[in-house]
Design a protein around this ligand. Structure first.
Ligand code: SF4
Length: 371
């Protein structure tokens, strides 16, 4: 066999392979799958939806505690829609990718206002909600209602590309269309919920990006990548541009009582909608802001840099500490807040900034921090 050719070449081959594929996965899930995750209990669209959004970019083991706290505070779509965005973001703090939380909240408001508070029945209406695309809509309806919809998240792409020998970058339109067609063909009419959970679990636990556990995989006898030894070539890696490095300065303006001035970030962009230290392109910009807002404040002193990796770039923040003991009110209460580092409130903060403020809280107000 030509190693570069697809493993599945005729329609009848495809049909047989697909039947075996679904059966093997369903049988495997009965024996080895995860059955005790919090979102598998009392399944409904809302509970599955929240779990699917949290599980994007985040592992199951991390998600569980966040999910349970979130469901305790927002047990249904109405409670979530009625809550202020800050309450949602504060429970999301530490999970990252905050656009997910903002979209979840926006979608809940839309369900309350446009669907009478009930999760939509139509696939198209579900897929059109903020933060829910074709694959997530399919997963919600398959898992919560047992409807037959194909899915194609990152784990499923990997399993399909390896098993059926799909060449090409899954980010490219043709390859993606081929993978969607395979997903559609493989999704069974019966036990769709079990199959959907099974293929997602296989990608997350056995058919992992590095070191797939082929010897324990239920698809091992029919897998193209396994039989040709090409597990590490499939799916074809995305061509990634070099990661840019961004440097910024953030001002930690600290009052005598230890409170630090925070600014709500704009909705768009990194950490959108979260509360953060005011950001500047230069130390001079931060110093000028200090003069403008606090009058004759002390000079700002640089502290140990904070490094943080985003998906597409690395961020290096130089915090600048300034003591602003004479100032007693924020100049713009809608956008600025004094944050009591010793007794943090319910504001949503990016995790690296939260950690920085914890360190700041443990240092004496007039000390040269972290030196
Ligand atoms: S046999 Fe290996 S490469 Fe193929 S689907 Fe299973 S784990 Fe993935």
């Amino acid at each position: 066999m030509n190693r570069r050719r697809s493993a599945v070449s005729t329609e009848s081959d495809t049909s047989k392979a697909n039947t075996h594929f679904a059966r093997a996965l369903i049988e495997w899930h009965g024996r080895c799958g995860r059955h005790d995750l919090p979102w598998q209990r009392d399944r409904n669209c809302y509970r599955v939806w929240v779990s699917e959004i949290m599980l994007q970019q985040t592992q199951v083991s991390t998600v569980i505690a966040y999910y349970e706290r979130f469901l305790q505070r927002f047990p249904d779509v109405q409670t979530l829609a009625d809550a202020p965005l800050d309450a949602v973001l504060s429970l999301w703090a530490g999970l990252g990718y905050y656009a997910r939380a903002r979209n979840l909240h926006r979608a809940a408001i839309r369900i309350r206002d446009e669907h009478a508070g009930r999760f939509p029945r139509e696939f198209a209406a579900v897929a059109a909600l903020p933060g829910i695309g074709r694959s997530t809509a399919g997963a919600i309806l398959a898992l919560a209602r047992g409807e037959r919809w194909p899915i194609l998240d990152g784990n499923v792409r990997r399993v399909l590309a390896r098993h059926f020998g799909v060449e090409g970058d899954p980010g490219q339109r043709d390859t993606l269309a081929r993978l969607w067609a395979l997903s559609e063909a493989c999704t069974p009419a019966q036990q769709t919920d079990v199959y959907t959970q099974a293929i997602m679990d296989l990608g997350a636990t056995l058919c992992t990006r590095r070191n797939p556990a082929c010897e324990r995989c239920p698809l091992t006898l029919t897998c193209h990548a396994r039989s040709t030894g090409r597990q590490h070539e499939l799916p074809a890696p995305k061509r990634r541009p070099e990661r840019p490095l961004r440097r910024v300065f953030m001002l930690a303006a600290r009052r005598a009582d230890g409170a630090v001035l925070l600014e709500r970030r704009p909705e768009r962009g990194i950490w959108g909608g979260l509360w953060c230290l005011p950001e500047f392109e230069s130390a001079a910009g931060a110093q000028a802001y200090l003069g403008r807002v606090f009058g004759a404040a002390e000079s700002a002193h640089p502290l140990e840099a904070i490094e943080h990796a985003f998906t597409h770039f690395d961020l290096v923040i130089t915090p600048l500490l300034a003591h602003c003991s004479d100032y007693d009110g924020p100049p713009d209460p809608a956008r600025l807040a004094w944050y009591p580092t010793g007794a943090p409130g319910a504001l949503g903060l990016p995790a690296p900034i939260q950690r920085f403020l914890q360190r700041l809280a443990s240092a004496p107000v007039q000390s040269q921090l972290f030196e």
